[in-house]
Design a binder for this molecule. Structure first.
Ligand code: UT7
Length: 321
């Protein structure tokens, strides 16, 4: 399968989908086997349950197929599949190669690792591929973090879960992406890492502190570049790590909580999958209408950060005009 170049243009999202494993792990389940409790986890993180199971490829295929079905298209109509993940199924080859085969994608396939910022990094790269002439790009964020989390470590086991979210982008004569900001501070990369074959290690307090700052700074940079203010935003879709991080960042940005998308109470932190899971939930709840401004903002290991301002065009979610 090869990717062929057509004409350059803007891009817009024409379909979306998600996938979660069946197994629900509640705070009560964790309380039964770890030195933790439901009240602490809920109060300190906002997380009530997370999903465990499946493989990164299987979740990605389910989410990707749902996005294609929604658009009434098949893999043969797609020129590239870009899979944001920090928990690939194999070291070699890319997990995207399995997704490409199972969805019969007609073009190229690769993984992208920018940790929890991966979906927004991927969104910008998908726009770039379309600007270079591709017709459609399937962007998926998919993770099975339960496999790289020490389930006996209360510092991390309470936080991370598995899941996937996908969007299908198509070339258009206008661009949904108004502005973006991508960043990385490699000097902080040991604050959150997982060695090959090992488990996630995290300095939670320091990650928390930096997360609020980088989210606010990155969101402001993207908004300034797009020529919009926080008051103009219909919806903010932040990385779903901790409700206190989200509230602190949105409070500094002066975005009221009723304009913030959250899903972490049900999913935990699903890294690359967290922003598309929250975005799709908000779309399905009819919280985005035509020409609404949507801010995506993430941060994560690396330390990486990413934000993007979108003007919602193209596919209008059900229930909105
Ligand atoms: O995608 C990016 C990935 N990561 C993040 O965004 C994580 C960012 N960090 C966080 O979300 C928070 O730092 C945590 C949720 C990880 C921890 O919350 P915290 O408010 O920073 O707690 P802490 O580490 O300061 O611990 C406070 C207390 C301590 O007890 P003492 O010393 O006050 O007696 C901990 O030993 O809570 C204790 N503790 C727990 N208690 C029950 C720490 N973890 C737990 C736990 N259950 N799971």
């Amino acid at each position: 399968m090869t990717t062929q170049r057509q004409t350059g243009s803007g891009a817009t999202i024409i379909g979306w989908g998600t996938a979660l494993p069946d197994t629900i792990v509640t705070n009560a389940d964790l309380e039964a086997r770890l030195d933790t409790n439901d009240a602490w986890i809920t109060e300190r993180t906002g997380i009530r349950e997370r999903r465990h199971g499946s493989t990164t490829a299987a979740l990605a295929v389910r989410a990707g197929r749902a996005a294609l079905d929604m658009a009434g298209l098949t893999g043969a109509d797609v020129d590239f599949v870009l899979l944001a993940t920090t928990s690939p199924d194999y070291q070699i080859p890319s997990t995207a190669s399995q997704v490409q085969e199972e969805l019969a994608i007609a073009g190229g396939a690769c993984d992208l690792n920018a940790a929890c910022s991966g979906f927004v990094y991927g969104l910008v790269q998908a726009h770039g591929l379309i600007a270079m002439g591709l017709g459609r790009v399937l962007l998926i964020g998919a993770e099975t973090l339960s496999r790289v989390t020490d389930q006996d470590d209360r510092n991390t086991a309470i936080l991370f879960g598995d899941g996937a979210g996908a969007v299908l982008l198509e070339a258009t004569d206008h661009d949904q992406l108004l502005a973006f900001d991508l960043g990385s501070d490699g000097s902080a990369r040991t604050l959150l890492d997982a060695p090959i074959g090992g488990y996630i290690r995290m300095n939670g307090k320091e990650v928390f502190r930096r997360a609020v700052t980088v989210m606010v700074d990155s969101a402001r940079a993207s908004m300034a570049d797009a020529g919009v203010t926080a008051a103009d935003l219909a919806l903010v879709v932040p990385h779903q790590a901790n409700i206190r991080i989200i509230e602190a960042a949105c409070s500094r940005l002066e975005v009221p909580t009723d304009r913030v998308a959250t899903v972490l109470h049900e999913t935990g932190n699903t890294s690359s999958a967290s922003i598309p899971l929250a975005l799709v939930r908000a779309l399905e709840d009819g919280r985005v209408g035509e020409n609404d401004l949507v801010l995506l903002v993430g941060f994560g290991a690396g330390m990486s950060w990413a934000s993007a301002v979108l003007r919602w065009t193209g596919r209008i979610p059900e229930g909105r005009t």
